[in-house]
Design a protein around this ligand. Structure first.
Ligand code: FAD
Length: 410
C-alpha cells in the first residue's frame, strides 16, 4: 500500500515509522525545510554558543512511554537525561524549596504556610477519586477540595502551567486531573524528569528522517500539501496543526484556541543558577534551565541559560530588547548581578492548543476510511505534548492498517 503522511512533526514521523515498519511504501511530506515540527533547533546565527539554542526547552516525564519508545526506535534513547523529580523552586527572596513526589517533601515545602502544606498530601490523594464538573477549571476543582490562592500560585501552578501550558485557573479540570493522576499518582518513575541532552532538531527530526530513509521511506521537505487530492496514495495520514488540518479536510475552522510559549536564551558572564533547572515564583521566568550543564557543553566562561514562559500571550507583544532586559533583569535581581554576553528569543504563538474547559478535540477517524487524522492536539486523552503527538501518530497508523485489512477481507 502507498501511504502519504502529511506533516513531519512527531505525530507524522511516529505514524510513518509504524507504517514503514509494517512493510508499506511511505512518503512523508513536510512543508518546512526540516522535520520535527514544534520540536526544533533554531536556524544557526553567527555568535550562537554550543549547543545551538532550541525553539524552547522540551521536557518529557517518565510516563511518556510512547515518546520514549519513539526515541529508542530512531536510535536516540540515550540522548536524554533521566532524573527523579526534585524541582528547586525559588521565591522572590531567593529562598529555595523543592517539589518532590513524596509525603515528607510535600510537608517540607517551605513556600506555603504550614496549614497549606498539611493539606497538600490530603488534596493529592483526594484527586485520585475526585470527579470534575463540566466547564470547570482545575483551579475551581482544587478550591472545592480546600486548596487556597496561595497554594495554587505557590505549588500547583508551578508544574501545571508548564505541563498544560495554561494556569490552573484557565485549564480544564479533567486535563489537570489526568496530569496529576498520570504523573504524580502512578508508579514513582512516572514523575521522572526526562531532559534532552542534544539539540532537539538533531535528536528528533534529523534522526527520525534518517531512520525512515534507512527503512525505505521517502522523506520530502519543503513539500507543502495544498490539497489531499494531489497525493498519489492509497491511504493518507494528515498530521498537521488544527487549522491546516481543517483546511485540508474542507471542514470549518476548529473552535480551538492556541496557547503560546516564549523562550529566552541568555548567556551570562558568570554562573547564576546553582541547579540544572529551577522554577521561579512570581516571575515571568517560570522555569530556568542551565543549558550548558544539561547538554554537557558548558561555555568557556559564565553560564548559558534557557528561560521558558508558558501560556503567556502578554509576552508575545513585548518586543526583542525589552523582553531580554525584562527576563534577564528578573533573573539577576533574584540570583545576583551578571553581565549578559549574548541572547536569543524564540516565540511560539501556536505552541499547543489551549485545553480550556469544554474544549472538544476530534479523533483519528475522518469521513474517509483511508484517511486518518493525527497531531498532539487531537483527542488522544493526553494534553498536547510530545507524548500525545507520538500516540496520535501511532493510532493513525493503526487506523490505516486496520481499514486496509478490512478492505482486503471484504
Ligand atoms: C516552545 C515549545 C515548547 C514545548 N515544550 C514541550 C514540553 O516541554 N514537553 C512536551 O511534551 N511538549 C512540549 N511542546 C509541545 C510539543 O512540541 C508538541 O505538542 C508536539 O511536538 C506537536 O507535534 P505534532 O506532530 O502534533 O505537530 P507539529 O509539530 O506542529 O507538526 C506538524 C507539521 O506539519 C507541517 N505542516 C503543516 N501544514 C502542512 C502542509 N500543508 N503540508 C505539509 N506539512 C505541513 C508543519 O510544518 C509541522 O512540521 C512544546 C512546544 C513548543 C512550541
Amino acid at each position: 500500500m502507498k501511504v502519504a503522511v502529511v506533516g513531519g512533526g512527531l505525530a507524522g514521523l511516529a505514524s510513518a515509522l509504524d507504517l514503514v515498519d509494517a512493510g508499506h511504501a511511505v512518503t512523508v511530506l513536510e512543508a518546512r525545510p526540516t522535520l520535527g515540527g514544534a520540536v526544533q533547533t533554531l536556524p544557526e546565527r553567527e555568535g550562537d554558543p554550543e549547543p545551538p539554542p532550541d525553539n524552547g526547552q522540551h521536557i518529557a516525564l517518565g510516563c511518556f512511554t510512547e515518546y520514549l519508545g519513539f526515541l529508542d526506535r530512531i536510535g536516540e534513547g540515550e540522548s536524554v537525561l533521566r532524573e527523579r523529580l526534585a524541582l528547586p523552586v525559588l521565591d522572590e527572596n531567593g529562598k529555595v524549596a523543592a517539589i518532590e513526589p513524596s509525603l515528607p517533601a510535600l510537608l517540607r515545602y517551605g513556600h506555603l504556610s504550614l496549614r497549606d502544606r498539611v493539606r497538600l498530601p490530603v488534596t493529592t490523594l483526594r484527586l485520585r477519586s475526585a470527579q470534575s464538573h463540566p466547564k470547570e477549571t482545575f483551579g475551581q476543582l482544587l478550591r472545592r477540595l480546600g486548596e487556597t490562592d496561595s497554594s495554587i500560585n505557590g505549588f500547583w501552578d508551578v508544574f501545571i502551567r508548564p505541563a498544560l501550558n495554561l494556569r490552573c485557573d484557565e485549564v480544564d479540570a479533567g486535563a489537570g486531573l489526568f496530569t496529576v493522576r498520570t504523573a504524580l499518582l502512578g508508579p514513582r518513575s512516572n514523575s521522572d524528569l526526562i531532559l534532552p541532552t542534544r539539540p532537539l532538531g538533531r535528536m528528533h527530526g534529523d534522526a527520525a528522517g534518517a531512520a525512515l530513509e534507512a527503512t525505505g521511506a521517502t522523506v520530502l521537505t519543503e513539500a507543502r500539501v495544498s490539497s489531499l487530492d494531489e497525493l498519489d496514495a492509497d491511504s493518507v495520514v494528515v498530521a498537521v496543526p488544527p487549522r491546516e488540518s481543517a483546511r485540508l479536510f474542507g471542514e470549518a475552522d476548529p473552535a480551538l484556541e492556541d496557547s503560546p510559549i516564549v523562550s529566552v536564551h541568555l548567556w551570562f558572564d558568570r554562573p547564576l543558577l546553582e541547579h540544572p533547572l529551577a522554577a521561579l515564583l512570581g516571575s515571568d521566568a517560570h522555569w530556568v534551565f542551565d543549558r550548558g550543564s544539561l547538554t554537557g557543553s558548558r561555555p568557556e566562561r559564565g553560564q548559558y541559560l534557557t528561560v521558558v514562559s508558558s501560556g503567556v500571550p502578554e509576552l508575545l507583544e513585548v518586543r526583542g530588547r525589552e523582553l531580554v532586559e525584562r527576563i534577564a533583569g528578573q533573573l539577576t535581581e533574584r540570583l545576583g548581578h551578571a553581565e549578559l554576553l549574548w541572547s536569543r528569543i524564540s516565540r511560539e504563538p501556536y505552541a499547543t492548543v489551549a485545553l480550556r474547559p469544554g474544549v472538544e478535540r476530534p479523533g483519528v477517524e475522518t469521513a474517509r476510511p483511508n484517511v486518518a487524522r493525527a497531531g498532539a492536539w487531537t483527542d488522544t486523552g493526553w494534553p498536547a505534548t510530545m507524548e500525545s503527538a507520538v500516540r496520535s501518530g501511532r493510532a493513525a497508523a493503526q487506523h490505516i492498517l486496520s481499514s486496509a485489512s478490512a478492505r482486503v477481507t471484504a
